[in-house]
Design a protein around this ligand. Structure first.
Ligand SMILES: O=C(CO)[C@@H](O)[C@H](O)COP(=O)(O)O
Length: 216
């Protein structure tokens, strides 16, 4: 089954717990935590204390997307704060094998994200060590951008790469996903869908999640 991962970047932070409880009650599987440092991406979001504040208040799987430089320095903090999966950008990790081992040493799942302009070949060697690959379908930094159409073919090629190696690895897609394009993204091979503005900037989170579920 395709999993849904609402990105709290688009939530109203003054009602964060309420919003998290709403998406959980609506039946999503993951909570996508977008961490931005103002260096790797041109925006600052929040750090581990926000994740820690949700610890014990939700049973959602905590999917932490680190859009930061030097992620190795912060991985332990995010695990202690409640991360179930840590996702680092290949562009921010010169020693990606070591970074993946570091993530695994804390007993959580490991994923790597690729910016739209980064080729799939950059993760070929590390693919057997990953639980998930994130294809960014917008340039990271902001919610509410438009899906880059050429990413659909990239998702298909990643699916072929995973299958040809006989691996089991989730494909997450993030950026510009709406009710009207999510089916094409899933048909291409996505198994985990991130949606921020499409879920949180709607009159009814519950109805929107149900509408996504109907398409997935
Ligand atoms: O990581 C990012 C942006 O950098 C995403 O997770 C966005 O937050 C998704 O938002 P929408 O495009 O769905 O509004």
């Amino acid at each position: 089954m395709v999993k849904l991962a609402p990105s709290i970047l688009s939530a109203d932070f003054s009602k964060l717990l309420e919003h998290v409880q709403e998406v959980e009650a609506a039946g999503v599987e993951y909570l996508h935590i977008d961490v931005m440092d103002g260096h790797f991406v041109p925006n600052i979001s929040f750090g581990a204390p926000i994740l820690k504040s949700l610890k014990g208040k939700t049973n959602l799987f905590m999917d932490v997307h680190l859009m930061i430089e030097n992620p190795d320095l912060y991985i332990e903090d995010f695990v202690k704060a409640g991360a179930d999966l840590i996702n680092v950008h290949i562009e921010a990790c010169p020693h990606i094998h070591r970074t993946i081992q570091l993530i695994r040493s804390f007993g959580v799942k490991a994923a790597v994200a690729l910016n739209p302009g980064t080729p799939l070949s950059s993760i070929e060697e590390i693919l057997p060590d990953l639980d998930m690959v994130l294809i960014m379908s917008v340039n990271p930094g902001f919610g509410g951008q438009s899906y880059i159409d050429s990413m659909t073919d990239k998702i298909k090629r990643l699916k072929d790469m995973i299958q040809s190696k006989g691996l089991v690895c989730d494909i997450q897609v993030d950026g510009g996903i709406k009710l009207d394009n999510v089916k094409a993204v899933v048909d291409a091979g996505a198994t985990v869908i991130v949606a921020g503005s499409a879920i949180f900037n709607t009159p009814s989170i519950d109805e929107t999640v149900k509408a996504f579920r109907k398409v997935l």
